[in-house]
Design a protein around this ligand. Structure first.
Ligand code: HEM
Length: 402
């Protein structure tokens, strides 16, 4: 749908608007989170309205109608209220449909609901939860997550590394977009390529030229993974279905194999070439974190130790989590700006007044650009890339929902 909407995009978006959008969205979104919350323990079941259910199928017969889940759930909330239960096959699930409840569950009671369900597709994707997004909440997960956050600070606060990487990529993107002059074109492949290139630089310090075969490979397997995971499927509700032929699961496995071959090669190269100095990228930082900065890690893995699988799955997840989200957000904002030239003009005016035309816009300008910030926030609000988020599971009995 997005590609259709954008296929007649003309180059009427000014480069400075594009540079700013790109810089702010990529940097800001390292911090973005929000969630949908299924709960496995049927606590307080009686007090939460629940959809009807049948044996084995649960509430699935009431979840048809062709609407995407977030619209379906919103529609159901008019009947059942902002908090309701349903059964995905045998799995009791609570849908949170109000800001107040979401805040309570994610922020005030975040620890109680910090688990993740085990699913066939995401287990394949993450070697059984060796990543951050789909892994359950454990002491090892906390250590792993802290390490990744620390690694990201390499590119964040106090350094302009991420910004420099983004700005350099934006230069190339602008040249490419402007080269089509007055003719209509679809910017989605150029934007996806630019975002992928940035993530490749962050993760393993590779910068690719347009048309590079390895970059194309990364884009292709990443697309395949996003398509199959986003489609979900009954196999995640009834795991025994995995013994039957399943085209989507086969495609997912194929893409994962290609991904793992490439990332394993990058990891081996990094092990051979890394030094004791500043990490060059995320892979270096994770390898350093594996040993606590002390030379070699022990040959016997301990329970609280990050294995090579953790390092690989974290690198892989940066692509899975970072490329589609950022590109889709940028493309929607571009589409809305094109359809609302008056908004585009106001963004340009704000940029002219606060930044001028003598230099590129930087992330430190953000505080001076409230209108642009609102445009980005509004883009993410009306076209959220992950409207039902990643499911959470309850870790414990919890008092909640006010
Ligand atoms: C527009 C851009 C983005 C959006 C809208 C977005 C959205 C989200 C959402 C909704 C979640 C799920 C939160 C939850 O259920 O707990 C999430 C988690 C995550 N995202 Fe993003 N994201 C974006 C960009 C990125 C980028 C660029 C990266 C990395 C380079 C990234 C890495 C992650 C990771 C590692 C998690 C798991 C975090 C955790 O469980 O603690 N995301 N993101």
């Amino acid at each position: 749908m997005l590609t259709c909407l954008l296929s007649f995009l003309s180059p009427s978006l000014s480069p400075s608007v594009l540079i700013t959008l790109f810089t702010v969205v990529v940097v800001v979104l390292f911090l973005t989170t929000s969630r949908l919350v299924p709960v496995t323990e049927p606590l307080a079941r009686g007090s939460i309205p629940c959809l009807p259910r049948l044996p084995f199928l649960g509430s699935l017969p009431w979840l048809g109608g062709g609407l995407p889940p977030h619209l379906l759930f919103t529609q159901m909330s008019h009947r059942y209220g902002p908090l309701f239960g349903l059964y995905l096959g045998p799995h009791y699930t609570v849908v949170i449909n109000s800001h107040q409840h979401a805040r309570e569950v994610l922020m005030q009671k975040g620890k109680d609901f910090a688990g993740r369900p085990s699913m066939v597709t995401t287990n394949l994707l993450t070697r059984g939860g060796k990543d951050i997004a789909f892994s359950d909440y454990t002491p090892l997960w906390k250590h792993h997550r802290r390490l990744v956050h620390n690694s990201f600070t390499l590119f964040g606060e106090g350094t302009t590394r991420l910004q420099d990487i983004v700005l350099s990529e934006v230069d190339s993107l602008c040249v490419e977009l402007l080269s089509s002059e007055k003719q209509g074109f679809d910017p989605s492949s150029a934007v996806t390529r630019a975002v992928t290139n940035i993530i490749c630089t962050l993760v393993f310090s590779a910068t690719y030229r347009h048309g590079d075969a390895e970059l194309q490979e990364v884009i292709q397997y990443n697309n395949g993974i996003v398509e199959t995971i986003a489609r979900g499927g009954l196999v995640d509700i009834y795991p025994w279905l995995k013994v039957f032929p399943n085209k989507s699961l086969s495609k997912l496995k194929k893409c994962i194999t290609i991904r793992d071959q490439l990332l394993t090669r990058k990891l081996q190269e990094h092990k051979l070439s890394r030094s004791d100095g500043e990490p060059r990228d995320l892979l270096d930082a994770l390898l350093k974190g594996q040993t606590g900065g002390q030379g070699q890690k022990s040959s016997e893995p301990k329970d609280d130790e990050l294995t090579d699988d953790h390092v690989l799955m974290t690198a892989a997840e940066t692509f899975g989590a970072g490329v589609e989200t950022t590109s889709t957000t940028l493309l929607w904002i571009l589409a809305y700006l094109l359809h609302h030239p008056e908004v585009q003009e106001r963004v340009q005016k704000e940029l002219d007044e606060h930044v001028g035309s003598e230099r590129t816009v930087t992330i430190s300008d953000r505080g001076q650009l409230p209108y642009l910030n609102s445009v980005i926030n509004e883009g993410m609000r009306i076209r959220p890339v992950s409207p039902v988020l990643i499911p959470h599971t309850a870790m414990t009995n919890s008092r909640t929902f006010s």
